[in-house]
Design a protein around this ligand. Structure first.
Ligand SMILES: NCc1[nH]cc(CCC(=O)O)c1CC(=O)O
Length: 310
């Protein structure tokens, strides 16, 4: 980008969880490395998703509970950029906003954590009826599909709260995203990484999505300049798949989409909430076709019977 300073300050709206702040600071650093044309600062917000800890997430105003207020701050011009965990960002577009940046993606699998000092290091070693804390229907269904004797339990709160509940004995294990643990410096708590085919990650897991106003040319250009083409193609395919499945879909969906040398390989699963029904489909193609490949993947799942659980 050209280096003449415009004197503009670019404000990044963020939630105030440790993870959200880490992610917003990470993006601020990336933008500062990219150009010294702007000042970059954070605008910390308090969101409903962070305030109310008592209820399961899916009852709390549903999709977008973490992202809506950050988006609103950008729309009403109290900030210029919204930084989201892409897995929390609904696939429906918001009028006036553009998803203009997707930076390099972190490791995207889920991790199994045990209480401090526990010997167990994998799902195979957990005893029958062991209490596994996760509120995610995707994680619950995939675990139940393989380990029907485990007891899946609701858990709420941010990453640190969930680990505290684990250490206090409420659960025998919890599942969290590896990316969030690494960002918070908690990777030494990882007991095992859960990979496909046992555990497919969520759409967009470990990727960040950067939104700005769709008429803010300066910021659109800036966000494009910190975008990683591989991450963008992966999440484009994943989100297209989810959006196509989502004609009223509440079934758990997992996906693993990898771009290498401009080739996409994606596998997706849809399960019934109890894990007893499981549908899987795979697709390959060129990364230029990320969007239509994601749609085709969803259509293949539906044609293969996934409709039954959608
Ligand atoms: N729903 C909460 C959330 N949103 C993003 C992450 C972690 C980072 C990521 O996956 O992008 C987490 C925590 C978790 O699932 O363990």
């Amino acid at each position: 980008m050209n280096s003449s300073t415009s004197g503009r300050t670019i404000r990044i709206a963020t939630r105030q969880s440790q993870l959200a702040l880490w992610q917003a600071n990470h993006i601020a650093d990336l933008l500062r490395q990219e150009t010294d044309q702007f000042k970059v600062e954070l605008v910390p917000l308090s969101t409903i998703g962070d305030r109310d800890r008592s209820e399961p997430l899916r009852n709390m105003g549903g999709q977008g509970v973490f992202t809506r207020e950050v988006q609103r701050a950008v729309l009403d011009q109290s900030a210029d950029i919204a930084v989201h965990s892409l897995k929390d960002l609904p696939t429906d577009t918001v009028d006036g906003l553009a998803l203009a940046g997707v930076p390099e993606r972190a490791p995207r699998f889920d991790a199994l954590l045990m209480p401090h000092g526990a010997e167990v290091t994998g799902l195979d070693e957990l005893p029958e009826k062991a209490r596994v804390g996760t509120g995610s229907p995707r994680r619950q269904a995939q675990i139940l599909a393989q380990y029907p004797t485990l007891e899946l339990c609701e858990i709420r709160g941010n990453v640190e709260t969930r680990i505290r509940k684990l250490d206090e004995g409420e659960f025998d294990a919890v599942i969290l995203a590896e990316a969030g643990l690494r960002r918070l410096g908690l990777e030494d708590r990882i007991g095992a990484i859960l990979r496909p085919p046992v555990m497919y990650p969520a759409v967009g897991q470990a990727a960040l999505g950067l939104e700005c106003r769709d008429d803010d040319e300066q910021v659109i250009e800036l966000l494009q300049s910190v975008t990683d083409d591989k991450a963008l193609a992966e999440v484009t395919c994943e989100r297209a798949c989810l959006a196509t499945l989502r004609a009223g879909c509440h079934a758990p969906v997992g996906i693993h989409c990898v771009v290498e040398n401009d080739q996409i390989e994606a596998t997706a699963v849809v399960l019934s909430p109890d894990g007893r029904e499981r549908f899987e489909a795979a697709i390959t193609g060129t990364s230029d076709d990320a969007l239509s490949l994601g749609q085709q993947l969803a259509e293949t799942l539906i044609a293969g019977g996934a409709e039954k659980v959608l």
